[in-house]
Design a protein around this ligand. Sequence first.
Ligand code: FES
Length: 574
Amino acid sequence: MEAAMELRSSQWYAGEDRNGYIHRAWMRRGVPDDAFRGRPQIAIANTAGDLTPCNAHLTGVAQFVKNGILEAGGVPLELPVMSLGETNVRPTAMLWRNLAAMGVEEMLRANPVDGVVLLGGCDKTIPSLLMGAASVDIPAVVVPGGPMLNGSFRGERLGCGTGVWRLSEEVRAGTLSQEDFTRSEAAMIRSAGHCNTMGTASTMALVAEALGTVVPGVAGTPAADARLNEAAQLTGRLVVDLVAAGRTPSSYLTAGSFHNAIVALAAIGGSTNAVVHLLAIAGRLGIDLSVEDFDRIGAQVPLLVDLQPAGRHLMEDLHRAGGLLAVLREVEDLLDPTALTVTGRPLVEHLEPARIWDPEVITPRRAPLQEDAGIALLRGNLAPDGAIIKPAAASPELLQHRGRALVFDSIEDFHARIDDPALEVDASTVLILRGCGPRGYPGMPEVSNMPLPPKLLAQGVRDMVRICDGRMSGTAYGTVVLHVAPEAAAGGPLGLVRTGDMIVLDVPGRRLEVELDAEELAARTPPAAMTEALAAPRRGWERLYIDHVQQADTGADLDFLVGSSGSEVPRESH
Ligand code: FES
């Protein structure tokens, strides 16, 4: 239920006493007095930064947001927030997602703001912005920074990430010179924006729109497209209306919104990382979303978008072909018709004008790229709390498989042994990598799609069953079981498997088992390295993270960050 909101900022600025004076005077600096007399104060939470190149253009986008806020009578206030550059931040940007979310939450709560526009792009930035804003529950709208323009090299389309893997293989094969390889860097990344494949950044922008937190039709607009600036300006105006209407995230982010996000995730063939992000956002809102919901809702959704890494095209093509709304119009019957958006209208009401302009990029429902494209949830004695697999990215012949385990205790162990010609491995072997979950490798890195042993590659093997408690890059694919919970470092049975055990993967039956009975498993102890890693001396954020991070099946948020702190104004100190 929406209710007109008394301006939160008035608790700083209203009144003629000493405190009102202090709050106004320090903000004035040339700003007229009336800026603080009943006008909504709108923060622009900006993740721009030179070390987050995918978001570097957002300061320019913020200017258009400011214009819109001013036009609607609000006061724009840029709020720089922690920014995570996926390619730069080590050991993995995911280690800092919850810290960034905590920073957004605390700064929105601590400051005199009534609403917020969230500017994000690179993988973790939109999830962390949404988590933080959801916990404060003040009116919030996302402006996704948009993908970069299509890359092209030597006449061929070159997508971020996916293109690097292909060209580096060519160098190793001697068909591409080192000089040309270096030259291709600038051909791949030729404009502002985030990765242009259907990786995590593209996925989260589109999923944020399906959730209802972006003005419908905006997500996926390329960063270099002038229409993004126009959308930013209109969003600036809109958020002022949201404040007037008291339309907060808890009024438009409902179970139905997450239902629609899961449908979108399957139809676009989005990144598996969206699972942990959506679970974490739902957790901030007290919405009972579980990993089972991804399987249940996504199971009958067809794949309609032909984008790299699994397909051919890039985000600029998707936008030209009609964008997310054209995709969702094809699966409208699967959407929750009641789920609202920031416009105050249901998402489905925005679909009517959408059309598919290029069926090579967005295939119609009658001819999907794949039936049943959702993420599958597996359970069994190897994953009591679940593990996920993206069947659309797997080899059909491996979806039911029984094979001997080859176990690696860390990514370092894996790299030290995988190239050994004497390694006992064949195409039926199941590669297991553990110690890579949220606690075991703080941050849960994207290492699950392990490279195959060179001697099998030489035999023509291109996919094997792989199992890991870590994550997988949105630009990767293969028969990879990931997010195994509980992780090995948290005492999960993945830590008890030994090389030589027989593993059963049955995706149609939703099973993941090791052929050992409960007594045999209970009698085993995990390798000392698993528990020693947790006890190793650490300080700062990493210490806090290891002690409080939850498992992947609930979104890998910190236990004390789940839920909402609300927008209550902290007490005065003057
Ligand atoms: Fe930023 Fe890919 S590195 S989106």
